[in-house]
Design a protein around this ligand. Structure first.
Ligand code: CU
Length: 334
C-alpha cells in the first residue's frame, strides 16, 4: 500500500501537469511511471482507453475497494435477539475523478460513488442515521420492503441541509438491491452519485464464493443530458487498466446493479464463458444460463460463474458506445 500511496500522490501531480492536450506525454514523475508499468498491458487494446491514470488516493476510494468491500455496519442484538446493523451516512458534495483529468462534481454518500455497499441477512434490522451535509434536500430510498414513512421520498424521510433522519426497517426480501436518493428532480439526484448497493443474504446462506459488487454507472460531465463517461464502479476503464484477479475454478458471484441515467438500458457480457443469472438475486436457483443480460434503470441481478482456464478475459457492456467511453473490464484468471 505504501507504493500505491506514492504513485497516487505522483499521479495527482501528473494530472495537474497534464491539463493540456500534450500533457499525457509530459507525465514523467517517477512514481507515476512505475505505476504505469504495472498496467502496461492494458494500454494495448487497439487504442481504447485513456492516457494517464486516475488518482484513486485523491478520490478516497480505489476500484478494488468498490468491487470487494461490503459494509456490515455496527452490529448488535436487540432485546428479541434480532441482529441490528447501524450505519451513519453523510451526504457530501465532492469532486471525483471519473477518467484521467475528468472531474465530476458528485453528490456522495460518505464521500464515495457508489456509496457504501450495505450487507445484511434477511430479517436483520437496519438503522441508518442520515445527515445531510449539503445545500440540497436529499433522501435515501431503499429498494426492499418497508413502511411508507421509511420510504425515503419527499414527505417521508427527506432531509434538508444540516438535518438528520434515521431510516429503520427490516432487511427483506433477500436479494441484490440498491438504494438511492429520491429527491427531485430525480435524474439529477441519482446521476450525481447518490446510490449504492444493498445486499440482503438469504437466512440459509449461499455457497462459498468470491463476491463482487459491480455498479454500472455513467456521468454527464458537461450537463447536456447525455453521458460522456461510462464505467463499472465509477472510474472509466478501471478494471481494464487493472484487471480483476480471480482464481481458476473458484465460484464468482457478482451483484450487478444498473444505475445509469439518460440511457434506457445498460448490459453486461462475459467473454468465453456463461453465467447463471438470478434475477434481482431473490431466488436460490438460477433463472437463466446466458452470457449477456440487459438491464433497465435500477434493475439488478446476481450472476455466478467460474473460469476453468487461466488467461485474461474481457467483460463489458454490449453497447459499443459505452465500451469505448469506459465500460470495458477484464478478469485475470490464474
Ligand atoms: Cu438527492
Amino acid at each position: 500500500m505504501r507504493g500505491l500511496g506514492a504513485a497516487g500522490l505522483a499521479g495527482g501531480a501528473g494530472v495537474l501537469a497534464g491539463r493540456g492536450p500534450a500533457g499525457a506525454q509530459e507525465l514523467t514523475v517517477p512514481g507515476l511511471a512505475e505505476h504505469h508499468t504495472g498496467s502496461q498491458a492494458a494500454i494495448s487494446h487497439g487504442g481504447m482507453g485513456t492516457v494517464g491514470t486516475v488518482d484513486h488516493v485523491r478520490n478516497g476510494f480505489t476500484p478494488q475497494q468498490l468491487l470487494t468491500e461490503f459494509d456490515p455496519g455496527v452490529v448488535s442484538k436487540d432485546a428479541s435477539g434480532r441482529t441490528v446493523r447501524e450505519y451513519e451516512f453523510v451526504a457530501v458534495n465532492k469532486d471525483i475523478e471519473v477518467a484521467p483529468g475528468v472531474f465530476f462534481p458528485a453528490w456522495t454518500y460518505n464521500n464515495r460513488v457508489p456509496g457504501p455497499s450495505i450487507r445484511a441477512t434477511e430479517g436483520d434490522r437496519i438503522r441508518i442515521r442520515f445527515i445531510n451535509g449539503t445545500e440540497h434536500r436529499h433522501t435515501i430510498h431503499f429498494h426492499g420492503i418497508h413502511s411508507a414513512r421509511m420510504d425515503g421520498v419527499p414527505g417521508a424521510g427527506e432531509v434538508g441541509p444540516g438535518e438528520t433522519f434515521t431510516y429503520d426497517f427490516i432487511a427483506e426480501p433477500f436479494g441484490t438491491h440498491l438504494y438511492h436518493c429520491h429527491s427531485l428532480p430525480l435524474t439529477n439526484h441519482i446521476h450525481r452519485g447518490l446510490y449504492g448497493a444493498f445486499i440482503v443474504d438469504p437466512k440459509r446462506g449461499r455457497p462459498e464464493a468470491n463476491e463482487l459488487i459491480m455498479v454500472m454507472n455513467a456521468f454527464d460531465t458537461n450537463f447536456d443530458g447525455e453521458n460522456e463517461v461510462y464505467a463499472l464502479n465509477t472510474v472509466a476503464f478501471a478494471y481494464m487498466n487493472e484487471p480483476i484477479p480471480i482464481r481458476r475454478g473458484e465460484l464468482q458471484r457478482a451483484h450487478v446493479i444498473n444505475v445509469t441515467e439518460f440511457d434506457p438500458l445498460n448490459s453486461i457480457h462475459l467473454h468465453a464463458n456463461f453465467f447463471n443469472l438470478y434475477r434481482t438475486g431473490t431466488k436460490l436457483v438460477p433463472d437463466e444460463f446466458t452470457d449477456i443480460i440487459s438491464m433497465g434503470q435500477a434493475e439488478r441481478h446476481m450472476i455466478e460463474f467460474t473460469y476453468d482456464s487461466p488467461g485474461r478475459f474481457m467483460f463489458h457492456a454490449h453497447q459499443t458506445e459505452f465500451v469505448e467511453l469506459g465500460w470495458m473490464s477484464f478478469f485475470e484468471v490464474s
